[in-house]
Ligand binder design. Structure first.
Ligand SMILES: Cc1cc2nc3c(=O)[nH]c(=O)nc-3n(C[C@H](O)[C@H](O)[C@H](O)COP(=O)(O)OP(=O)(O)OC[C@H]3O[C@@H](n4cnc5c(N)ncnc54)[C@H](O)[C@@H]3O)c2cc1C
Length: 399
């Protein structure tokens, strides 16, 4: 249903609003009165143009007339590109499964795209009870409008209680749009999700106030309860190919001619740094003293076959590019081995690496907070310790 309200008593059919609507969503009906189509996204550009004050939008934040008891089940959006699912979606399926089991509810995966049959099967293998598939050429490449409108219609029809999306670039974009259309709340970048005993509400836990406190956010009055979670915050679930489930075919809601965004070309960025998937990361912080200091960090990473990470202090100083940044405003990583060299271990840095399997800290200050989460700590000057480690490992690994 279009968001724009038209007062049929006062509308004169002057047509001024037609000229300003960026989405071509307004037309005159056979009584010469304005009507808004589904393409109206409530941007409000037309409202001040109407000389008779006949156009209005719902009050921002106005509670929609919903009964929260009508909503049940957990949904996860499965992100895909070129028919390949993003691993973050399976991490979300793993969490969705846990929450659905706690609620005694079904887990539904939503797969939007084109020629995505294999992904639907994979979603069931990772834990979905059913998969909602909308397979159409208009959904081949991610675009906000057709994806958001499609999910909004599905949510309106099936009424899930909880809706989770990965906090990838696309997931953040889509989650915001869907939550806005549905007039519900959204907690971005959660680091924990639980069900509250008694109320059965979703507890959405995330760092707040610059990472200095952990906030628990609830959405008691609106549905679905929506949250995004960053890559690697949760573990990948096990895949069980014998799992079976139901596949429900949905329909796209926007024909190509109504989609304002046209994709002319797709250029894949060659990003050689991918610390998010590295099994071993050697990171440098302000303690490396300058760009040259990263030389010994690279050498250690090379011997171990790992990637180079960095603290924000090192990135902000221009010693290394942002692609290497680990932390709350950088990448979240979960390697088997994380070696922090000259990094104090501020809470914002920890937010991106504390779930690493083994953490080694090298720091000359024995009181540095990084030692509180390190499995192994070396108190010393990194300019002596790191080259010595590299030398010893070269010998041991015959490199
Ligand atoms: C909203 C917000 C978001 C943020 N996001 C991030 C983020 O994503 N990632 C991030 O990293 N930070 C982030 N920060 C910044 C964070 O608070 C810290 O300022 C930053 O992590 C500090 O980096 P550092 O540990 O390299 O530097 P410092 O805190 O200055 O620590 C340097 C360490 O090096 C040690 N050292 C110095 N010389 C040597 C030596 N020769 N040998 C051994 N040790 C030595 C020192 O003892 C010290 O512990 C964020 C901050 C805010 C407010």
């Amino acid at each position: 249903m279009a968001l724009l309200k038209v007062d049929r008593e006062t509308c004169t059919g002057c047509g001024l609003c037609l000229q300003v609507c960026p989405f071509g969503a307004l037309t005159l009906d056979n009584e010469n009165i304005i009507v808004a189509s589904e393409a109206c996204n409530g941007c409000g550009a037309c409202v001040p143009e109407c000389p008779s004050g006949s156009l209005s939008l719902p009050e921002p934040g106005k509670k929609p007339e919903i009964n929260t008891k009508d909503y049940s089940g957990v949904w996860v959006w499965v992100e895909q590109c070129d028919g390949k699912a993003a691993s973050i979606s399976w991490e979300m399926i793993g969490q969705g499964r846990r929450l659905a089991d706690t609620r005694g509810a079904d887990l539904t995966a939503c797969v939007l795209g084109y020629q995505t049959e294999a992904i639907a099967q994979e979603a069931m293998a990772y834990g979905a009870d059913r998969v909602m598939v909308v397979d159409d050429p208009t959904l081949k490449i991610y675009r906000t409008d057709p994806y958001a409108r499609c999910l909004v219609e599905l949510v309106k029809q099936y009424r899930p209680e909880i809706f989770l999306l990965g906090a990838s670039t696309r997931g953040r974009d889509l989650a915001g749009a869907v939550a806005t259309y549905l007039y519900t709340g959204l907690t971005a970048d959660c680091t924990g999700l639980e069900i509250e005993e008694g109320s059965n509400l979703l507890l959405q836990i995330r760092p707040a106030f610059g990472g200095n406190i952990m906030a628990t956010i609830k959405c008691p009055d609106y549905r679905p309860q929506m949250a995004t979670v960053r890559h690697h915050v949760f573990e990948m679930p096990q895949s069980d190919k014998s799992r079976q489930g139901q596949v429900i075919q949905g329909k796209p809601v926007m024909p190509e001619e109504e989609i304002a965004t046209k994709v002319l070309d797709l250029i894949v960025e060659k990003n050689e740094v991918n610390i998010a998937d590295a099994k071993i990361i050697v990171s440098g912080g302000r303690g490396v003293k300058g760009p040259e200091g990263f030389g010994i960090i690279h050498e250690l990473a090379d011997v171990l076959g790992g990637a180079v990470g960095a603290s924000r202090a090192a990135v902000d100083s221009g010693w290394i590019s942002y692609a290497h940044q680990v932390g709350q405003t950088g990448r979240t990583v979960r390697p088997d081995l994380y070696i922090a060299c000259g990094i104090s271990g501020a809470i914002q840095h920890q937010a991106g690496m504390r779930t690493s399997k083994i953490i080694v800290a090298i720091n000359k200050d024995p009181e540095a907070p990084i030692f509180q989460i390190a499995d192994y700590g070396i108190v010393g000057d990194l300019f002596a310790v790191v080259p010595a480690l590299t030398k010893a490992l070269k010998k041991r690994l015959n490199k």
